[in-house]
Design a binder for this molecule. Sequence first.
Ligand code: ADP
Ligand code: MG
Length: 608
Amino acid sequence: MYAGAIAAMVLSAITMFLPPLIARTAIDYVIVGKQLNAPGFIRGFIQWAGGRDLLVHNLWIASLTIVAISAISGVFAYLKGRWASIASETIARRLRNRLYDHLQHLPCSYHDKVDTGDLVQRCSSDVDTIRTFLASRVVEIGRGGIMLAVALPIMLAMNAWMAFLATMLLGPIIFFSIIFFVRIKNVFKQMRQAEGSMTATLQENLTGIRVVRAFARQDFECEKFAVKNALYRDRWRRLMHIMSWFWSLSSLLCMMQVGIVLLAGGYYVSRAEMSVGTFSAFFMFVNMYLWPLRRVGRIMADLGRSVVSISRVNDILDAKREDHEDGPAIIPHMTTPIRGQIVFENVSFSYDGHREVLRDVSFHVEPGQTLAILGPSGSGKTTLIYLLLRLYDYQKGSIRLDGKELRLLDRKFIRSQIGVVLQDPFLYSKSIRDNIKLGRSTATEKEMIKAASTAHVHAAIEDFDSGYDTIVGERGVTLSGGQRQRVALARAILKDPPILILDDALSNVDTRTENLILNALKRESPSNKGQRTTLVIAHRLSTLMAADKIIVLDAGRIVQSGTHETLLNQPGLYRRLWNVQSSFDEQLGCYAEQSDRTSDNEEYPDEY
Ligand code: ADP
Ligand code: MG
């Protein structure tokens, strides 16, 4: 289709040359009655149309022919525009889809390094720059050149001196145009930077709108925005100012070129050295190739921008996919669910290659067991989970799932076997039903409600005006922290995985409900196998004490491990925490119980 567009552009440019030639013949031969000095096909056409005698009395035939040919040229121009835009839209659409797909498969370590706003820009405005260039500029590059290439021999054949005069300013016009657009590149860039900075301010403000309100920073924010906005306006104005100069100066140059043709033509005609017809043909030609040619600089500038955009887009496409370096997975398409045995053996890991976030971590969990992980923030608990999900690949040691080396298992398969609830769960701005069903889209309504009940959130949802159809707002803002966590939990439960991981997932839920949920989870087991392995990261020891095994992480190392009883009987972090937390509970006494009740709708009886 793109080739068709270019062909149509060439045809439209070529057919445009016929009207001046016809006008010339009509004036010189038909009206004035001079010798016919025209290409053979025009002679043939005149004979066919009835000779000069007929034509001189029917001048409309010449006019109509010009109109008809212009119309044909117009049809080609239309086809050019249409095909070029269809082709470039298709290219842009495919490119965006490819980028999006690629982004889904890039490893987390890639996303850690790049700026989200920048990625968004690459996928939207950079693709758009390429699209615009393909749609309008590429086919334009050739147009002026082709027009000149076709017109020049014709003009030379008609009158060589005049041809020289009619093209003498082309050099300066093209030169000026190119120089100009090279020089204002920076102005363009500054304008774009100002625009980007304004948009970034807007986005940041909207994301943090609650913080802004809470700290009564609206005036400050408005002022900040106004400054960026004014800068953008200034840059834009400056650009427009320079552009006005360019267009008027280059118009002046072009008009000078037209003026030269008029003057010289008038001179030659008055001395009878050139016919009126030839003069008018020259006049029409010069107007044809002049105007597209003065845009050459613009096209070159756009070409430069597109090249930059293409390389920015390529940066993304060149990044290695998550599965790129995977050797042949041992069990690429394992269909049977795993039993849920997890073994870590001397695992060390660092995000950046320098600082080890996990050091020599070893532990094992048998199928159906519950492992509790405790540790100060930053000790590497979440990292441990990331490794298990193969969001990052461990560098030293070995992780085994049911005895199989994790690195050799297919990522998709691993993730299908694990349900995770993160501390700050992500909800889509869809209905609660859709959010929960994300766990398993084929689940029935009954199964969904069962999962919500296990997560102790069913009653709260029922209480909403539209129940499960309630839209939760962007990232779930219309839910309380605890509700959000429990909806995410329901989602993971509905997935019905052999391994369930709660990464501080109930931190915003009160202690009593947390224990109810954990007990419900214990009773609940995956449908396919009898038992579910559970990893719980939490800070409340009352939550952890029931676990089959507890490990305590500190600065990436396991400093203690065992059951609640064994850990209580040895000096260390666990016992210190226990002392602090239990004395805290004692101090709070009955108030704790009371405040539990009032927070977060936890007290709804679960009627499922
Ligand atoms: P925890 O969950 O125990 O609070 P994390 O596992 O989240 O701890 O973090 C452990 C350490 O790893 C922290 O020091 C943190 O700064 C670092 N870290 C976490 N995520 C990244 C990342 N994406 N890139 C680099 N460092 C990270
Ligand atoms: Mg964490």
